[in-house]
Design a protein around this ligand. Sequence first.
Ligand SMILES: [Fe+2]
Ligand SMILES: [Fe+2]
Length: 273
Amino acid sequence: MRLLFLGDIVGRTGRNAVIERLPGLIDRYKLDFVVINGENAAGGFGITEEIVRDVLDAGADVITTGNHAFDQREALVFAERQPQFLRPVNYPLGTPGRGANLFVARNGARVLVVNAMGRIYMDALDDPFAVIDREVSACPLGEQADAIVIDFHAEATSEKQAIGHHLDGRVTLVVGTHTHVPTSDCRVLPGGTAYQSDAGMCGDYDSVLGMEKEEPVRRFLTKVPSGRFQPSGGPATLCGLAVEVDDTTGLARAVSPLAIGGVLEERLPTFWG
Ligand SMILES: [Fe+2]
Ligand SMILES: [Fe+2]
């Protein structure tokens, strides 16, 4: 089974890159399942239902989010009726929507996707280790799930690596999101779980985290806000991971970083030809 994960979509340029390029990628690589983090898709803050539809129409199977999940107030409503939209699973009881769900891939495989948020330099939420454990034990790999994808939305690489090792051998992929910069530690862990501390973003890298660079630089220099953060409008790089999944075990056979377009150097998976 062939799995693609793409990092946080930032603004219009990120959205357009996903919508324009994803159908071709699905076709070219015969992708079975696609997960994309969409938490910054609407002007850098949250996601609207219209954008959710556009990204799903382009071929995404699931849209994950993070701390920006509800920046667009309408998400409080559509989160309830849109099963392909996930917000962090360790949000307080009563938060609209869901943080984990079981999906059927194009090859018929059952894929559990869990979106969780870290707690280091982030909001004080329920323990992500315990909550992910609960979700994975309720739907174990090789039993109820043929593949399991964890989008761990967190700041600290220590917490991300710890989650990776904690879940190694029990899930297909643990990938970090939120920091918008792809890390170069992509590998299959000893137990067979594909891992990368951060997937990077789908946005313009001639920026600060996808935002026009002038205002963030000014704020670091003076601490005085003099404008709003606006998504940077240059050509976007699609950033993420390609995972070749072993159909018998549900673990990762191979994983590769992926970067297409924009100012970053192009990286394509070699194992899919
Ligand atoms: Fe983000
Ligand atoms: Fe985030």
